[in-house]
Design a binder for this molecule. Structure first.
Ligand SMILES: [Zn+2]
Ligand SMILES: [Zn+2]
Length: 444
């Protein structure tokens, strides 16, 4: 080989090194900053086009298209309107990142210029507003921003990135449907599983994390109380289901206060009572709608058995029997198991978060009694480690003001929940990109 040729090859090699290093010379934060104007547009589009659980067709197609354009191998629809994107990038672990995609039947009252104006018909044919009141639009935008970063920085990691956009989280059905349709068996079995949820009482710019149990078992239960109807002026000729239901509501309060150990978390809430038609009519049915929450399986079992025992016992004491005893329905499709953050993986993720956001921006959060079907991905026989992170959503100034004034901030699901989306998304993409890259165990 001539000297001239050698030096030309060397020159080309140098040029190549310079060119490739400029692609990724910018740090994570600078690359996220460059994406921000595009991510803000993505958020506004998703915020203004919310879809209810089991109706996330357009949202699913939008995500599928974006992942396909980035070079992911996309499977969609799966598990309803779910989307799974695989990006194979050499040897290494499979890391799954999940976002949820559904919105809620809430009329937005934030007053922001980009508020959702979408309406639809509910199951009963009533017109309802639709709003991303649980922050799933922030989740999806961050998910797409993180996918973009990982693809553009594929020299920094090796393995398979598994992006899962899950529908029907709000009704606890999406994770189950994806798993039933072979998410782990047919598509890929991940080694690590992560997700985050927006937090309505944590300032944007900060994240929260904790090992072990962080969210509760959730059961949805209906009690159909029966009675013998008649004229309101002849109560002695009837058995009034409203009186029986009232006794049941009060007696249910003793499950948590007198039957469960005070050391074990337990909630039994009657969220709706439906019965009666007219002042002068004693009806024959009242329906109580309950949400029941716990951490331990034995507490969960005790709660359900106590609800049945107390309801039937009170109906028996009113003289009802046989077919007239209450019917208790435990909705199998509207449940979520307690969410357990794998301690080892969560400690590693916490270290990544501190590394990228600084120690003062990583808060240890307390467990709560809300539920999330993300828990199911860690409950399969494969026993894969999962970690759910909290992402601060509140405008920092609004949060500070609430601390001094004592004003209660709008919660998740509130019609007035208006997160600081640019700061939350920027923090989210930085955090999730670093977390994923570290889980792939490569240089970052
Ligand atoms: Zn929600
Ligand atoms: Zn949510």
């Amino acid at each position: 080989m001539s000297k001239i040729l050698q030096s030309r090859i060397l020159q080309c090699l140098l040029l190549f090194i310079v060119a490739t290093s400029t692609v990724n010379a910018k740090g994570l934060n600078a690359q996220v900053e460059e994406q921000m104007s595009h991510l803000k547009k993505t958020y506004l589009y998703l915020h203004q086009h919310p879809e209810l659980s089991y109706h996330e067709k357009n949202t699913g197609q939008y995500i599928a298209k974006r992942l396909t354009n980035m070079g992911f191998d996309v499977t969609s629809p799966i598990g309803g309107y779910g989307v799974v994107g695989l990006f194979k990038n050499g040897d290494g672990p499979t890391v799954m990142y999940r976002t949820d995609t559904d919105a809620l039947p809430v009329v937005e009252q934030t007053g922001v210029p980009y508020a959702s104006k979408i309406t639809t018909l509910d199951k009963s044919g009533n017109k309802v507003g639709v709003m991303h009141a649980c922050g799933h639009d922030i989740h999806m935008t961050t998910f797409l921003g993180t996918a973009h970063y990982l693809v553009n920085n594929k020299d920094k990691w090796s393995g398979t990135l598994m992006m899962v956009a899950q529908p029907a989280e709000e009704v606890g059905g999406g994770a189950k449907a994806l798993l039933n349709q072979g998410l782990f068996k047919r598509i890929a079995l991940p080694d690590h599983i992560v997700a985050f949820h927006t937090h309505a009482n944590l300032p944007a710019g900060k994240v929260g994390i904790a090992p072990g149990y962080i969210m509760a078992n959730v059961d949805s239960v209906d009690i159909e109380v029966k009675g013998i109807s008649g004229h309101g002026a002849y109560p002695n000729k009837t058995v009034d289901p409203i009186v029986i239901a009232s006794r049941i509501v009060l007696a249910l309060q003793t499950i948590t206060s007198r039957e469960i150990s005070p050391i074990d978390p337990s909630v039994v809430t009657v969220g709706a009572i439906q019965g009666g038609s007219k002042r002068s009519v004693i009806g024959n049915k009242v329906v109580l709608k309950l949400t029941v929450r716990s951490y331990k399986p034995k507490v969960r079992k005790h709660q359900i058995e106590a609800i049945k025992r107390i309801s039937k016992g009170i109906a028996l004491s009113a003289g009802l029997k046989g077919d007239l005893l209450p019917n208790i329905i435990v909705y199998k499709n509207e449940t979520a198991p307690a969410l357990y953050n794998d301690p080892k993986q969560t400690a590693e993720i916490k270290a990544s978060l501190i590394n990228v956001l600084g120690k003062h921006n990583v808060i240890k959060t307390e467990p709560s009694m809300v539920g999330e079907d993300f828990a199911r991905y860690g409950r399969t026989p494969d026993k894969r480690p999962i970690t759910m992170i909290w992402l601060g959503g509140v405008k920092p100034a609004v949060y500070q003001e609430s601390l001094t004034s004592g004003k209660i901030l709008p919660t998740l699901h509130s019609a007035k929940f208006a997160p600081d989306y640019p700061l939350a998304i920027k923090t989210g993409v930085n955090a999730m990109s670093k977390v994923l890259i570290d889980l792939f165990d490569k240089k970052s």
